[in-house]
Design a protein around this ligand. Structure first.
Ligand SMILES: Cc1cc2nc3c(=O)[nH]c(=O)nc-3n(C[C@H](O)[C@H](O)[C@H](O)COP(=O)(O)O)c2cc1C
Length: 470
């Protein structure tokens, strides 16, 4: 869960709980926006990040600390230094390219290394196919830290298996980047030997495709090596697949129909494990998934509300109270995400779901993760995002109509996880995403009247579904 909701602490807590309960449970760190989190932590003097960087690389780890680490008393009003934008890995000069690449590799290493520290439970990393610029450094950093699974959604990630195979052999990998308006091949490349001693191999993690439908699972597994599938329905938190019918309800939410439903028998025919996601975080639905042939379930929303999640404490508290009072609405926006995918948005005053907050935010684009590469008129490529300042987007060949209602998820989700940027006008507002089905939270809250519960309690409750049905 990005950005920073399933950070290393939550993923580690999940994997540890699985070990304690004797169950096969995978803790997954979000691979989105990791450089932002690493530089923020370093500027807050975070000693876990320091330890992990020391384990990463003696020279590069030190270089990053020299640039960002702030030790000693903290000034709450200090504006944090931002990392370079990912696009510098393509458009930057030699120094900036190397700086961003090293930081990106290091940030993924740190997240996975900390999540895996002190136990032998499995840890995965999730990346969004849309954020192609970051794939090579994030996958390399995660593999250097021994990541067990790579889970990729939000697109057709057919190039990932080859990258994993090459990095496992400590050989350079490349990734063809989509560039709007260009017919040329634009390859991103990364040679792991800058980071990994020559002759040393890395473990190849298992590759799980996140898809909404059996058709994509069948298509991908017929061409590349896929180890399993997460089949995610339209009620899941975060981004969802577009509805096949493209129809919208009066309130603008996509209408999903029978054509959007996966045929699980086709998945079973593929003879690979699959997990079901989207409203499966209950004992009953877990039992149901297992009965239908799934290896298990993938759960997000209820973990986002648990004690160890990276959501800002006061936001988490407010969400818990509103769910307890049955006063929380979650709507799927077909247009808000710059990625073009539908996105679940919690309707919460004071966040970007509130039209007043949205209108009063000055558009800035200072993070640059969810960008689209495009062919510039004349020579070269550049990057744009429909949530950036409108005149900038139009100058880059985008249409003003496309910018309407777009939300800067880099800043908004970062702010919700305590990594908000402080602008001259004040802190960036948050945006919160959760799945449509939060009823389960109410059940946990009844068991825990103070409203708080741990990741382990979530897992124990869900697993009880199987013992209840035998
Ligand atoms: C706060 C939040 C952030 C999420 N971010 C991502 C993400 O970055 N990538 C991804 O593949 N899925 C993301 N998801 C989806 C979850 O990984 C999971 O599939 C989903 O939450 C399962 O359905 P549920 O919300 O009903 O539990 C997110 C979900 C939540 C609640």
């Amino acid at each position: 869960m990005g950005v920073g909701v399933s950070h290393w602490r939550l993923a580690r807590a999940v994997a540890l709980a699985g070990q304690r309960l004797g169950a096969r449970v995978l803790g997954v760190v979000s691979g989105t926006g990791l450089p932002i989190m690493l530089v923020n932590r370093l500027q807050a003097g975070d000693q876990d990040a320091v330890r992990a960087l020391e384990a990463f690389h003696p020279v590069i780890g030190r270089e990053i600390m020299d640039e960002y680490l702030v030790e000693g008393p903290q000034d709450a009003n200090r504006r944090c230094k931002l990392p370079p934008k990912p696009e510098f890995m393509v458009t930057g000069n030699k120094r900036n390219k190397a700086r961003m690449m090293r930081l990106a590799v290091a940030s993924a290493f740190v997240e996975v290394w900390l999540a895996k520290e002190g136990h032998s439970g499995p840890i995965g990393i999730n990346v969004l196919e849309k954020i192609q610029l970051m794939h090579l450094p994030v996958l390399l950093g995660a593999m250097m830290a021994g990541v067990d699974h790579v889970l990729v959604g939000a697109g057709i990630p057919h190039q990932i298996p080859a990258v994993l195979a090459n990095f496992a052999k400590n050989e350079p990998a490349s990734y063809r980047m989509d560039v709007s308006g260009s017919t040329e091949k634009h390859q991103l490349t990364l040679d792991p030997r800058e980071f990994v001693a020559d002759g040393k191999s890395l473990k190849r993690p298992k590759f799980l495709l996140i898809a909404s439908h059996h058709a994509l699972a069948m298509r991908l597994s017929s061409t590349v090596e896929v180890d399993g599938f997460v089949i995610e329905g339209p009620s899941a938190g975060g981004h969802n697949a577009p509805a096949r019918g493209k129809q919208l309800a009066e309130d603008g939410q996509p209408i999903y129909g029978d054509r959007d439903k996966p045929d699980l028998s086709k998945l079973i025919d593929l003879a690979k494990p699959f997990w079901l996601a989207g409203s499966y975080g209950t004992p009953e639905r877990y039992a149901e998934a297992r009965e239908m042939g799934a290896a298990g379930v993938q759960v997000g929303s209820v973990f986002a509300l648990c004690d160890e999640s990276g959501l800002r404490e006061e936001l988490k508290q407010e969400l818990r109270e509103r769910i307890g009072a049955e006063a929380l609405e979650i709507k799927t926006s077909a247009t808000a995400s710059p990625s073009g995918f539908p996105f679940q948005i919690v309707q919460l005053p004071g966040t970007l779901s509130d039209p007043c907050v949205y209108e009063s935010r000055e558009r800035i684009c200072n993070m640059g993760y969810l960008v689209e590469a495009y062919q510039k008129q004349g020579e070269g490529i550049s990057f744009r995002c429909p949530a950036e300042p409108v005149d900038e987007f139009v100058r880059k060949g985008g249409s003003a109509a496309e910018t309407a209602g777009k939300i800067c998820l880099c800043n908004g989700l970062g702010a919700a996880a305590g990594h908000g940027y402080m602008t001259k006008r004040g802190p960036e507002p948050s945006i919160v995403t959760l799945g449509k089905d939060i009823g389960f939270y109410g059940r946990l809250a009844k068991l825990h009247p103070a409203g708080n519960f741990s990741a382990e309690e979530v897992i124990r409750t869900i697993l009880s579904g199987l013992s209840a049905t035998g």
